[in-house]
Write a protein that binds this ligand. Structure first.
Ligand code: UDP
Length: 328
């Protein structure tokens, strides 16, 4: 039975990855310090003997006993509001945390896949974004702590590949959504659905003409699975190229939820990327991958999952006071 370490296991993506690798017959070691993760995402796995969990901060020295065949480094805050609340931890987990994971992979002779991001392209001057584009990132802006840590992560990962001959994989993840996103983490989909469920108006930042391209979590997990098992060491974009403006997205959520609330406009946060869409030519040709779940289907499943959450979760204040966080 292959053995895999997944950091950020209690988070949105991490927990879906744990599920997938358990299903594929792996022994899964989950690790998380629970700053932004939630053990409820893993509750169903604890009874399984193929699953173990370490409550640990990967930014400090990590030790895992026994062999490891694979490591997935997915620990990181992932919402612009988190970057403002916990900027130093965000920088550390992308840089020091990555270094620790690479060191562990080397010690165990394991293959490692690191979670990078479309944020390495910053506010992109090239559209859609290809892996060859070097990006347009403000290192000292509100997103700099995430973007620069992830750029460092890619450089460090390539260095371990070229210098130590480590088997490394780099995925650049574009906006992804699905069940288990933190309802109040400030990102646009949980923000809009949360607002609709609480009977609040939907807050569109700026004029809402900025674009994003949303990928359903199961599609992303399939892309990760394929990339891990490929032999391609360079960055690969995984995302859904179906691009939409944020205003159109708000309208879709209003239709989906049937809310009577309206759209209100708030100031656009600093350095908010104006457009984002992955070029997935590489994923198509190297991995034979493309997204299968339409936004209509994915949103239906996600809405049903959010609707089933307990009322106290729905009304938890965390982060909601931060709306319009970078207004000044
Ligand atoms: N956004 C919005 N209203 C919200 C939250 C986000 O209009 O309540 C916008 C945000 O300004 C950005 C887009 O939605 O243009 C996606 O934001 P998110 O935080 O989900 O992730 P990003 O792609 O910006 O990292």
């Amino acid at each position: 039975m292959p053995r895999i370490l997944i950091t950020g296991a209690a988070g949105f993506l991490g927990s879906h990855l744990c599920d997938r690798f358990i299903r594929e017959g792996y022994e899964v070691v989950g690790m998380d310090n629970l700053i932004t993760g939630d053990l409820r995402n893993l509750e169903h796995l604890f009874p399984l003997k193929q699953f173990t969990f370490y409550n640990k901060d990967v930014s400090n020295f990590v030790h895992v006993s026994g062999p490891l065949d694979y490591i997935l480094h997915f620990a990181s805050p992932a919402s612009p509001i988190d970057y403002l609340k916990i900027p130093i931890q965000t920088l550390k987990v992308g840089s020091l945390g990555t270094h620790n994971c690479l060191g562990l992979a080397k010690a165990k002779n394991a293959r490692i896949l690191v979670a990078s991001t479309s944020e390495v392209y910053g506010d992109p001057a090239v559209h859609p974004q290809t892996e060859e584009y070097w990006g347009n990132v403000n290192p000292v802006g509100p997103r700099g702590v995430y973007d620069e840590a992830k750029r460092f992560q890619e450089a460090m990962t390539m260095a371990y590949h070229t210098y130590h001959g480590l088997q490394t994989r780099i995925i650049r993840i574009f906006n992804t959504y699905g069940p288990r996103m933190r309802l109040n983490d400030g990102r646009v989909l949980p923000a809009f659905i949360g607002q609709a469920l609480r009977g609040e108006d939907l807050t569109v930042f700026g004029k809402g003409n900025q674009t994003r391209s949303f990928c359903y979590v199961d599609d992303l997990v399939e892309g990760i699975y394929r990339l891990l098992h490929s032999d391609y060491p360079y960055p690969v974009n995984i995302g859904n190229p179906d691009e939409i403006t944020i205003l159109q997205f708000a309208e879709e959520i209003i239709k989906l939820t049937g809310t009577k609330q309206k759209i209100i406009f708030k100031d656009l946060p600093k350095d908010d990327p104006t457009q984002r869409r992955p070029d997935i030519t590489k994923a198509r040709s190297i991995l034979g991958w493309e997204p299968k779940v339409s936004r209509a289907e994915g949103l239906k499943i996600t809405y049903a999952a959010f609707k089933a959450l307990p009322t106290e979760v729905l009304h938890k204040q965390e982060h909601r006071d931060f709306l319009g966080y970078a207004r000044k």
